[in-house]
Design a protein around this ligand. Structure first.
Ligand code: BES
Ligand code: ZN
Ligand code: ZN
Length: 484
């Protein structure tokens, strides 16, 4: 990550790039900058456009006798989430530019910035500077080593908190971008162990033998056909000042081929990210523990590869879960809800104040809400409100959908307690109702179907090219709000 700092001063010399945010519609603003800092435009050379969309202009100036360079970067304050998105574009545009010092000014576009203005810019830059190029022989142009936020606020705490938060975001992004030939249930477990274990956090991994001893029948069935056997990863963060206990459950399918109900090739392509829920739970606990949030958090990450072989589980099978409930299999591609069912029944045993699960669970949620929203399911108003506001402020948005009781019968079968497949309609809802079947009714529970927002997309600049790590900032913000 770039080394971020803050101070009130700009220096104008050859080695420095001074960035200014301006409103494209207000053409006087670049002039304001020249006047305020007593700079002279270099008349011979006009600005050089450095972005395709005409949003960024490099501008040579003279300060006293010295020449220096300004970068005018346009910000459109009528757009939502504009500060993060602009900051992301901005940090990409200075890649490969050889300046020793970079100063970012919110002047002249923003006359009254607050601390959260700078927090959002910082987040946008950290999101935008992310890359996953370990498998590329030729690397992207180098990003700057350090950047100074020009501000009269003391931003030291904001910068250190955000840096730790982003170590969690980037951990989640790395895990979901890692191809499935590298990230198997086993290597996933060791990555979690290596990154998460610290003074207040322990990691325990159940291997296939332990899963058998403890009767995790659904996790074992889904993982059965893979050469890479399943794991259940348990993270436990227990600070001394915990005010509540929360279990976070994450779907950890390291690859979803669909199993015998096999997917098409285009349908498989993104399925290395079918563990994004588990990755974001790991990232969120990392961020919470590094920033010492006062919640005891247990993370349960069932990790499996959904493959095909002679010993695959099959449509028509009846399987028995962790606590003895039976499931008739209608489709082996509805595997996520199965492994989550075992993990949720295990979650009940901790008698937590809340259970929250994150899962790339259904194509239906993605079709309905696209890349910007996860589908939120809960009967608990406090959870719904807390995550709704955390979503708006982080722009990791949620949109509530109903846990319609009448639809529960769509999962009825004469063969077992419940079926893992409903009809084509209301697919995200029946998946959520399936999960609810395994959660203790007395424990407030929320399910986030993150199939859309965890996958890379072209809607937000910082989600281009790489999977997003959706959920880490959302959970962190919800916990930080202190409402839970
Ligand atoms: N992992 C997929 C859901 C998914 C689809 C995530 C697209 C991200 C992008 C899940 O396991 C799945 O295959 N669901 C099926 C369920 C169906 C068989 C009831 C689906 O949505 O088609
Ligand atoms: Zn599937
Ligand atoms: Zn899946």
């Amino acid at each position: 990550m770039i080394n971020y700092s803050s101070s009130e001063l700009n220096v104008f010399d050859k080695k420095s790039l001074n960035i200014f945010l301006f409103n494209k519609k207000n053409l006087n603003e670049p002039e304001e900058v020249l006047t305020k800092f007593e700079l002279e435009a270099d008349k011979e050379i006009l600005g050089e456009m450095i972005s395709d969309d005409g949003e960024a202009v490099l501008f040579p100036v003279k300060s006293g006798g010295n020449s220096s360079t300004l970068l005018f970067f346009s910000v459109d304050q009528s757009k939502q989430n504009e500060l993060r998105n602009t900051a992301s574009k901005l940090i990409k545009s200075v890649r490969g530019k050889k300046f020793e010092n970079i100063y970012l000014n919110v002047f002249p576009a923003l006359k009254n910035p607050s601390v959260s203005t700078f927090r959002e810019l910082l987040e946008g830059m950290m999101l935008g500077e992310y890359k996953f190029d370990k498998y590329k022989s030729s690397k992207d142009e180098e990003k700057p080593k350090k950047l100074n936020l020009v501000s009269s606020f003391d931003l030291e705490n904001v910068i250190s908190e955000t840096t730790l938060l982003f170590n969690g975001v980037n951990l989640s992004r790395d895990l979901s971008n890692e191809p499935a030939n590298v990230l198997t249930p086993e290597t996933f477990a060791s990555e979690v162990k290596n990154n998460l274990e610290n003074e207040y956090t322990s990691v325990e991994v159940f291997d296939e033998k332990m899963l058998e001893e403890k009767n995790f029948g659904l996790i074992l069935a889904v993982g059965n056909a893979s050469a890479n056997p399943p794991r259940l990863i348990k993270i436990h963060y227990k600070p001394e000042n915990a005010i509540k206990k929360i279990v976070l459950v994450g779907k950890g399918v390291t690859y979803d081929s669909g199993g015998l109900s096999i997917k098409t090739t285009p349908g498989m392509f993104e399925m290395k990210a079918d563990m994004a829920g588990a990755g974001s739970v790991a990232g969120a606990i990392y961020a919470a523990s590094k920033n010492k949030l006062p919640y005891e958090i247990i993370g349960l990450l069932p990790a499996v590869e959904n493959m095909l072989a002679g010993n695959s589980y099959k449509p028509g099978d009846v399987l028995t879960g962790y606590k003895g409930k039976t499931v008739e299999i209608g489709d082996t591609d509805a595997e996520g809800r199965l492994i989550l069912a075992d993990a949720l029944e295990y979650a009940n045993e901790f008698k937590p104040d809340y259970i929250i699960d994150l899962a790339t669970l259904t194509g239906a949620a993605f079709i309905s809400l696209g890349f910007l929203y996860s589908a939120m399911f809960t009967d608990n108003e406090l959870l719904a409100d807390t995550f709704d506001s955390a979503g708006k402020s982080t722009y990791e948005l949620v949109w509530q959908q109903p846990l319609t009781k009448e639809y529960k019968s769509l999962l009825d079968t004469k063969m077992a307690d419940i079926a893992n497949l409903g009809p084509r309609h209301s697919g995200a809802i029946t998946a959520a109702l399936f999960l609810q079947h395994f959660v203790d009714e007395k424990i407030p529970w929320m399910h986030l179907d993150i199939a859309g927002p965890s996958i890379k997309n072209d809607i937000l600049d910082y989600n281009k090219n790489y999977n997003t790590g959706y959920g880490v900032r959302l959970i962190y913000k919800a916990l930080k709000s202190g409402k839970l």
